[in-house]
Design a protein around this ligand. Structure first.
Ligand SMILES: Cc1cc2nc3c(=O)[nH]c(=O)nc-3n(C[C@H](O)[C@H](O)[C@H](O)COP(=O)(O)OP(=O)(O)OC[C@H]3O[C@@H](n4cnc5c(N)ncnc54)[C@H](O)[C@@H]3O)c2cc1C
Length: 492
């Protein structure tokens, strides 16, 4: 049987393994950590459960289709529920808004709350849908680096209607043109952070991100986000995928410009194809040292990282839901600090995720498990101890002022993760959450393809390559690798 080796058991690595196994490959996943999932990890501490990484789950069909590939019923392995409230928003001046998933209600509520004509909101949402319909197939589901992708009527349609995609304006400019109320502009600017970019730099086409969330829904997996990775991992094992943990791969072995295996723990493992789920930067700099590397792609600006405080909180806050945002008073200054000055802003936008709202067993009775995150620059060697201390004070002061509380009194346990820790635990260059940032209109084209142009039988999946970071796009990268990989030969 042909043998495929996948380097890394992140969500994309696991999904790729499941797909290649289905094709008839014998598949081995080599993982540096002692656990699967990469950024999709969780901890339990003092009676609380915390998802350490992703908290927002969209496009669940990209998970369930992996079970369906094997003609299995997905809900035997993985269950989830759709959320009615997408996010609760809070501003310093006391303004609050709850974004609901029902679109008609969203438009009516937003129009009232922000004193914005309904028509402005409806026109904006329709334009976002158009952008998504014109480009999703082209930009997200196919390789951007194969000529065949461009020879379709869908691509021609997109090119003809380029003007509708807002590629020449920033997301902020598009939002300012669409709405009178600056709070609504800020609310829709936030979607730039879904791929770790700045709304003042990322192109207006990114307004298709709220379309994804608002039309296709947001979900919560039973058991928490961690279950997404774990249920796929368990399923992969059931299908015969072999996982090897504590196996940091040191090299991809290349002979005659063809990948023929890997080296881990001083041992060589042969393979017919190799798929790297490791971040593309260290894949070239470490595993492919000495080979020609795509300079422009590796020099691309990285997405933002994050500073997260995981707090056990001995009080319930009825005004909070699963997803909550406490906005900064100056969004431009916050993004300038992150992307230009590579530091944290003194009045950061705070995201609070509370999974015990959905799953009470995640915290003791009468308590909540808070995941308190602010966007952060990548790791450039800053003094993180100092930055963390200052950020903690600023975050507590802001929560106290917005939620009218004294939060420190209720913190019973704490765990902290900073960009350095994200980099160290997953080998993500600079601790970026989503690989490269989309801070200019050519970023999508500079992302590394899902295959190597110079080394045969070498493929790439995961958040640092096409089509991008975030769970759904990582799952799509696995699908593209599956499309590109050759058919296995039975007696290889
Ligand atoms: C704090 C945080 C919040 C986020 N929020 C969201 C969210 O709300 N929604 C969302 O969709 N996405 C979110 N993301 C992004 C999402 O987590 C990632 O895009 C996705 O999980 C990346 O998956 P991946 O398969 O690319 O790789 P990773 O999860 O980075 O996994 C890569 C794996 O490869 C292993 N590895 C690396 N090098 C080697 C080697 N040489 N040998 C062996 N193994 C190796 C690593 O140990 C790791 O297990 C968030 C991320 C973080 C950190």
């Amino acid at each position: 049987m042909s043998h495929a080796i996948v380097v890394g058991a992140g969500i994309a690595g696991i999904a790729t393994a499941i797909r290649l196994r289905r094709r008839g490959y014998q598949v081995t996943v080599m993982e540096a950590n002692h656990y699967p999932g990469g950024k999709l990890h969780a901890i339990e501490q003092d009676g609380y459960r915390f998802d350490l990484g992703p908290s927002l789950f969209t496009m669940p069909h990209l998970v369930t289709e992996l079970f369906e590939l094997y003609k299995k019923k997905p809900d035997q392995y993985f269950q989830f529920t759709e959320k009615e409230i997408i996010c609760n928003y809070f501003w310093e001046d006391g303004h609050r808004f709850s974004a609901v998933s029902n679109l008609e209600d969203f438009v009516a509520n937003a129009s009232k709350s922000f004193n914005e004509p309904k028509k402005n909101i409806e026109t904006y949402l329709k334009r976002n849908q158009k952008k998504y319909d014109l480009t999703a197939m082209l930009f997200l589901e196919k390789s951007l680096h194969k000529i065949s992708t461009y020879l379709t009527t869908q691509t021609l349609k997109s090119i003809i209607q380029l003007g509708k995609l807002d590629v020449n304006s920033s997301l902020d400019a598009v939002n300012k043109k669409s709405f009178k109320n600056p709070k609504l502009v800020q609310l829709f600017n936030r979607y730039a952070t879904y791929n770790g970019s700045s709304p003042y730099k990322t192109p207006g086409i990114m307004s298709m991100i709220p379309h994804l969330e608002m039309y296709h829904g947001t979900f919560f997996p039973n058991g928490g986000m961690h279950r997404i990775g774990m249920s796929l991992y368990e399923f992969a094992i059931e299908q015969g995928v072999d996982f090897q943990f504590n196996q940091p791969v040191k090299r991809i072995v290349v002979q005659d410009e063809t990948a023929i295996g890997i080296i881990a723990n001083k041992k060589r493992y042969d393979a017919d194809i190799v798929v790297s789920n490791m971040d593309i930067f260290p894949t070239y700099k470490k595993l492919l040292k000495g080979h020609r590397y795509p300079k422009k792609t590796l020099e691309q600006e990285r997405s933002s990282s994050a500073l997260i405080f995981y707090w056990g909180v001995s009080k319930e806050f009825p005004e909070l839901d699963l997803h909550n945002i406490l906005f900064s008073e100056s969004y431009p200054k916050e993004f300038n600090a992150i992307f230009d000055q590579k530091t944290l802003y003194k009045d950061p936008t705070i995201y609070i995720n509370v999974t015990s709202k959905e799953q009470p067993s995640d915290a003791p009775k009468g308590h909540e498990n808070w995941f308190v995150m602010i966007n952060a620059p990548g790791n450039h060697g800053q003094d993180w101890d100092d930055l963390k201390q200052t950020a903690r004070k600023n975050i507590i002061a802001k929560i106290n002022s917005v939620l009218k509380t004294d939060i420190e009194k209720f913190i019973t346990t704490e765990h902290i993760m900073d960009p350095m820790a994200i980099e160290n635990s997953t080998s993500s260059h600079q601790g970026a959450l989503y690989g490269a940032a989309s801070n200019d209109k050519f970023a999508a084209f500079l992302r590394h393809p899902n295959f190597s142009k110079s080394i045969k039988n070498l493929y790439f999946c995961g958040g640092s390559v096409h089509p991008g970071g975030g769970i759904p796009l990582c799952l799509l990268s696995a699908k593209i690798v599956d499309d590109l990989a050759p058919n296995p030969t039975p007696n290889a």
